[in-house]
Design a protein around this ligand. Sequence first.
Ligand code: ADP
Length: 182
Amino acid sequence: MARKRKGEEDMGKVAIYAGSFDPITYGHIDIIERGLEIFDKVIVAIANNVEKRSLFTIEERLKMTKSIFKDTPNVIVDSFKGLLVDYVAKTNAKVILRGLRATSDFEYEFHMASMNRTLNTHLDTLFMMTSKDYFFVSSRTIKEVARLGGGVEGLVPDLIVRRLKEKFKLPVTKRKQIGWDD
Ligand code: ADP
């Protein structure tokens, strides 16, 4: 068992789950919920990256994500700018939580985990395999489908369905899910 460093208090096991969350999907939420089975607290850290064009502003992403976890006190939603390792250093987290959807995620994730461990040797990255229901879900595909008027119900929370429709100026009435009969 890892020995506590001097002055380190026992504040429970904390993980950081960082990403763009543009917008948050049930794929993300599944990883967070499963993370809570292992950690006492999960900090959802939304990257405020001005270089990367996002559909939702950082304020919108924070507001939506906070609202989704308003009844889950052990999920903290925050935003960060710059290097993730610098943000992690300001918290009491020792682990970065990540989700893996396919082998295509692996190479990037492997490089990032190795880089983060080089920048902070006390930091580890824990990968969770995507659930079979969400392996094909990414914020990017959700946005593409929603922009073209496809139904994304069941893949993102209802609040996100509404916000996507508002963004793409689609009627906010419940749209039909695309099925084999359409
Ligand atoms: P996306 O790749 O969907 O834009 P983010 O950049 O916000 O998502 O990703 C944050 C983390 O969540 C990454 O580790 C990513 O691999 C993971 N993730 C995203 N979607 C899923 C999913 N459907 N299942 C499992 N993990 C996921």
